[in-house]
Every structure is written in structure tokens, then in C-alpha cells.
Design a protein around this ligand. Structure first.
Ligand code: 5GP
Ligand code: 5GP
Ligand code: 5GP
Length: 223
């Protein structure tokens, strides 16, 4: 049941860089689901696919339906690999209480992706398909931007590599000089578009929103 908030305008695929995210949470939870020390992925993993409005706001919690893990049981193996929860905290879910990272993302954002994705299974499968089709990690690796605890890379070079591959500019968020999150945006037909709202904003948005410096790193996870 879609609760009738105004339909969104576009999607942002939010990806996280475990080597940066886990600098904060690495020691907090040993097993299952969190940062796994030097076993953490050296690829971008999924944070979520977020419906957005062109004015910079977004809808959230668009349905009364709550997350049901059974609906996505055939996707669990892929989701554990590509959409792992790197944090120990149990996030809140829309209608009270706490849930998994997947429950949080589906209820808060996924339910607002209607009618592009019509149910929980459609959403998770759709997100995986977009993630595989627009493989940011391999675009960056192919351009020489590989995980490293010593190298710094020009932010402009990273942005150009992505623009050349997908003909759309991303939004990049840093923690100090390390890339923490990267967003790729899509029209409702799932073709890539700029994440910036207007061309005036473009230079500012790509670079300053996350206040990345001119040279950035892609740290390797450490234990
Ligand atoms: P933060 O305050 O860390 O930037 O964002 C907190 C949460 O707000 C995110 O995890 C996400 O759920 C939501 N959020 C932040 N920025 C955006 C955005 O641009 N679009 C959407 N749809 N949600 C966002
Ligand atoms: P802030 O005050 O940092 O902009 O946002 C505080 C909280 O409001 C954050 O958790 C963020 O996710 C949420 N928020 C900000 N803008 C929007 C919006 O347009 N829609 C929704 N649903 N939440 C928003
Ligand atoms: P958002 O920032 O998407 O609104 O909220 C993400 C929520 O999920 C936060 O409460 C955070 O603690 C929790 N969470 C669990 N695992 C992860 C993860 O791997 N990455 C992020 N960004 N948040 C996670």
C-alpha cells in the first residue's frame, strides 16, 4: 500500500566505502554483519537506493507495510555480499521499533520507489541489478584508482572517470580526505543522470557537499 506522498523525481544510488566507514566502527562488533577488519570488502557496497525530489527534499516511509525477510530470501546471499551492514547499531524502522539495515532502507526509502518498484522483492532485486550494471569500483580500478593506504588521487580525475563511463556526474562525500560515500543518480527509467539539481549547482554539489579535498583516498580496511 503506497500512502500517497507525492511521487519522487529521481533515484540516488548511495554506495559506501567500507575502508572509510569501518574506521569508525571496526572494533564494535566481531561477527556477522559488521565491519570485518581486513576481511571487509575493498569495493563500494550498497547503502541504499533513495527516491529524491528535484528540490533537494525526499519522501520517506511511504507505506504501512513492514519489512519481511521472507520476501527476499532468494536474494539473501547476494545482499549479504553486496549490501552488508557495516554498523552494529540497529536502526529505527518507520512505524516504531528497530530493525536490520535492510529493513530500515526498505521502509524509509524503498517504499517510496513505487511505482518503479512495486514491492520489497522488486526493490531489492532492482537495486542489485543497478549496482551490477553501474560498477563504480571497476570503473575506478580501470582508471588506476585502486584501494590504498598511501596513495591520494585527484578528486577531479575520479569524477571524470565516472562521467566518461556513465555520462552523468556523481556526488562524493568524504570523511577527512577519505571517500566515504558515492552517489550515482538515475531517472525513473533507470538511465543515469547528474546528481546535481541544476548545472549551476553542479560544481558545488559534486565537490563541496561532502567537503572532499582536492586529493582523496580510498583506504584499505585494516584490522
Ligand atoms: P546524513 O544526515 O547522514 O546525510 O543522512 C542521514 C539519512 O538521511 C541518510 O542515511 C538517508 O536515509 C537520508 N538522506 C540523506 N541525504 C539524502 C538524500 O539526498 N536523499 C534521500 N532520499 N535521503 C537522504
Ligand atoms: P537536517 O536537520 O540534518 O536537515 O535533517 C534532520 C533529519 O531530517 C535527518 O534525519 C534527515 O534524514 C531528515 N530530512 C532532511 N530533509 C528531509 C526531507 O526532505 N525529507 C525527509 N523525509 N527527511 C528529511
Ligand atoms: P540512513 O543513514 O540510511 O538513514 O540510516 C542508516 C541507519 O542504518 C543508521 O541508523 C545506521 O546506524 C544503520 N546502519 C546499519 N548498517 C549500516 C551501514 O552499513 N551503513 C550505514 N550507513 N548505516 C548502517
Amino acid at each position: 500500500s503506497f500512502d500517497g506522498q507525492r511521487e519522487f523525481d529521481y533515484f540516488a544510488l548511495a554506495l559506501q566505502w567500507p575502508g572509510t566507514y569501518c574506521q569508525r566502527t571496526r572494533s564494535c562488533c566481531p561477527s556477522n554483519g559488521c565491519c570485518r577488519g581486513s576481511d571487509s570488502p575493498t569495493t563500494f557496497t550498497i547503502h541504499g537506493l533513495w527516491p529524491d525530489y528535484n528540490d533537494g527534499t525526499w519522501p520517506s516511509c511511504c507505506s504501512r507495510d513492514s519489512f519481511n525477510p521472507k520476501e527476499i530470501s532468494t536474494l539473501t546471499n547476494a545482499l549479504e555480499q553486496y549490501w552488508p551492514s557495516l554498523s552494529c547499531g540497529k536502526p529505527s524502522v518507520c512505524h516504531g521499533g528497530k530493525g536490520s539495515f535492510w529493513a530500515h532502507e526498505w521502509e524509509k526509502h524503498g517504499t517510496c520507489s513505487y511505482p518503479v518498484f512495486r514491492n520489497e522483492y522488486d526493490y531489492f532485486l532492482g537495486v542489485l541489478n543497478i549496482y551490477f550494471k553501474y560498477n563504480i569500483t571497476s570503473v575506478l580500478n580501470d582508471a588506476g584508482y585502486v584501494p590504498s593506504n598511501t596513495e591520494r588521487y585527484p578528486l577531479g580525475g575520479i569524477i571524470s572517470a565516472i562521467e566518461n563511463a556513465f555520462h552523468a556526474s556523481p556526488l562524493i562525500i568524504c570523511s577527512k580526505d577519505a571517500i566515504e560515500e558515492l552517489r550515482l543518480c538515475f531517472y525513473k527509467d533507470l538511465q543515469p543522470r547528474d546528481c546535481a539539481i541544476s548545472s549551476d549547482d553542479k560544481i558545488d554539489m559534486v565537490t563541496s557537499k561532502g567537503s572532499c579535498p582536492k586529493y582523496v583516498s580510498l583506504p584499505e580496511p585494516v584490522s
